[in-house]
Design a protein. Sequence first.
Length: 268
Amino acid sequence: MKKVFLIFLLLLFLSFQVSLSQNKIDRSKKELKAAKEEPETKKRTTADDRKEMPLVGKVFMYMTWGVFKYVVIGNYNSEEHLGNYVNRHPFQEQTLGNYTALKKERNFQFLVSENLLYSNSNLFANRLTLKYRPFSHFYFKTDFHQLFERNPISHTQDQLSLFQFNLMYDRIRFQEFNFGWNIGLTYIGNDIKQAGLNLGIHFDTFLIKNISFSGDLNWSSMNSIPVNTYTFKGNYHFRKNVCSFGFEHLKIGTPQYNFVTLGIGHYF
């Protein structure tokens, strides 16, 4: 009886060690790979189910067109803020935020920023962001996350590369506040190599001189596996530079990642 009990304890200990050795990044990768290898018959069945409702799709499209045009895009004939111009950088001269009513010689904006993300001594990341506003109507944004996680049990390190490419649109363009939506693509590299549609919302608010707050929420899915990112930051602007401090949350499959962020950026 004593030997049986000892064997039971040994098996319990080994199973506990195996569970510890599977880090968050490792679990995220396994879930994405498992979804990618889903049987084709199930995918075809899902596709066939969608084909059975063409009439419903058409009715939905017609009903939502008016909402999309005036709520999502806006009315350029009656909403004056949609005619504001892009600032070279926030707090340029006597202006506040990303937009101004004054037309200048070079109305475009290009921001490059780098953020360090820290969760614990074993889990950390960096985020590189490129944001280019060539027009007042829409702009482009690229985010690159590189996640690192050390496994203290096996003394190995997992990495995960997450890319987001988005077309951005600001529905509200006041000097003190802008709010909008984005659509694009999320891609995970390494040995995953999967992509999915990305949808999101974002905002920037400029309350007092040199201080702003910004945030973005992005939702994506790869073979029904969620890949979401949420960010909230406080920013201090000085000339063409900006320092930021905030919080970032990632959900890649079942595992969730919480980070404190510290970053710096420059407007060109």
